[in-house]
Design a protein around this ligand. Structure first.
Ligand code: NDP
Length: 336
């Protein structure tokens, strides 16, 4: 019988605790064998709480553990680059949190390092792993709504109090709503419409939660097909509810509660034939992503969201930040 796959978790984070440990354990033969925290004491407590055998306080020590085959990186965003480069150099497969990095050059370097090392690299954008998003994309691809004219994304939430740390007060860690939520929306746009935004026009706001980064944004994206996209992101809106709408020349899709980590939400299709609620079999978004990753490790191929996808969502978010700061339309710069 073959040895199982051991995951090393770099970062004793909330997302790892809430979602990723169980997503790994949902894969047959996979387990989390080690965690790295900058504080050994916190790392040990975290490992004990989650039943993880080893805790380390350095990336090198974790990467030197022969039980580690793949790493999941969920530290704050300014740390991702060096940790990905170290993991790739050690020959470990890499699933990295979004945004991959703070600059396009860094993100591109990370993807190139993984390619050179021959390891799988994935970006942990969860939303395209949702059964709702997959059903919406299937409807768009079927042509039932005709040509897509517009996509509107509602992703304004209240940042939970336990996460009101570096996201709202540490720009150098990649805080702010643009690097936190716009990147997810950019990936959703690319997944649903199958094309990359050409240029963006954005405004950001300071809604009272964040000290020195933006905590709200509205964005318009222009797509190569001519479709327009409108998005709203916020950390300070508790009761808006999330969702998205896709409007085509022959029909519209209305989706509620679908911009979330949880496997829920409803999708309705409206055409000249009437109004129909799609039948959705929900599944855990992160376990679905991990299943893709496991297959890519086993058989080759790409993660559900590749490193290149992570570079593109970052490119869109950086263009949004530039547009908001300069008050003008900005062309998205994708690395060639
Ligand atoms: P957290 O704030 O929970 O953790 C980030 C880092 O903060 C940890 O690596 C840890 O450092 C340190 N930390 C955490 N808790 C404590 C504490 N109690 N005391 C001291 N230090 C602490 O971050 P998130 O889980 O919210 O986000 C981590 C990454 O995941 C980010 O890149 C974020 O963008 C991404 N993310 C992605 C989501 C998705 O759905 N794809 C959802 C949420 C986040 P150390 O490891 O050194 O102990």
């Amino acid at each position: 019988m073959s040895k199982g796959i051991g995951w090393g978790f770099i970062g004793a984070s909330t997302i790892a605790r809430q979602w990723m440990v169980k997503a790994v354990r949902a894969q047959v033969g996979h387990d989390v064998v080690a965690v790295m925290s900058s504080s050994l004491e916190r790392g040990r407590a975290y490992a004990d709480e989650l039943g993880i055998p080893e805790a380390y306080d350095s990336v090198d020590a974790l990467l030197a553990d022969p039980a580690v085959d793949a790493v999941y990186i969920s530290t704050t965003n300014e740390l991702h680059k060096d940790q990905v480069l170290a993991a790739a150099a050690a020959g470990k497969h890499v699933l990295c949190e979004k945004p991959l990095a703070l600059t396009l050059q860094d993100a591109t370097e990370m993807v190139a390092a993984c390619r050179t090392a021959g390891v799988v690299m994935g970006t942990n954008h969860h939303l395209r792993n949702a059964a709702t998003h997959q059903a919406i994309r299937a409807e768009i691809d079927s042509g039932v709504i005709g040509d897509v004219v517009a996509l509107r994304i509602f992703h304004a939430v209240e940042l939970p109090s336990n996460l009101q740390t570096w996201r709202i007060n540490k720009p150098q860690a990649g805080g702010g709503v643009i690097l936190d939520i716009v990147v997810h929306d950019a990936d959703t746009v690319r997944f649903l419409l199958g094309e990359d935004p050409l240029d963006v026009m954005a405004c950001a706001q300071h809604g009272g939660m964040a000290a020195n980064v933006e905590d709200g944004s509205m964005v318009i994206m222009r797509m190569p097909s001519g479709a327009l996209v409108q998005t709203h992101e916020s950390f300070v809106v508790p009761f808006a509810g999330t969702g998205l709408e896709v409007h085509g020349t022959q029909g519209s899709i209305f989706a509620r509660d679908v911009m979330t980590q949880r496997p829920l939400g409803e999708v309705e299709l409206v055409t000249a034939q009437g109004r129909r609620t799609l039948s959705i079999e929900h599944h855990d978004l992160y376990a679905h992503s991990l299943a893709h990753f496991a297959r890519a490790m086993r058989e080759g191929g790409e993660a559900a969201v590749s490193g290149e996808d992570g570079v593109k969502s970052l490119a869109v978010a950086l263009a949004v930040a530039e547009s908001a700061s300069e008050g003008r339309l900005v062309r998205v710069q994708y690395p060639v």
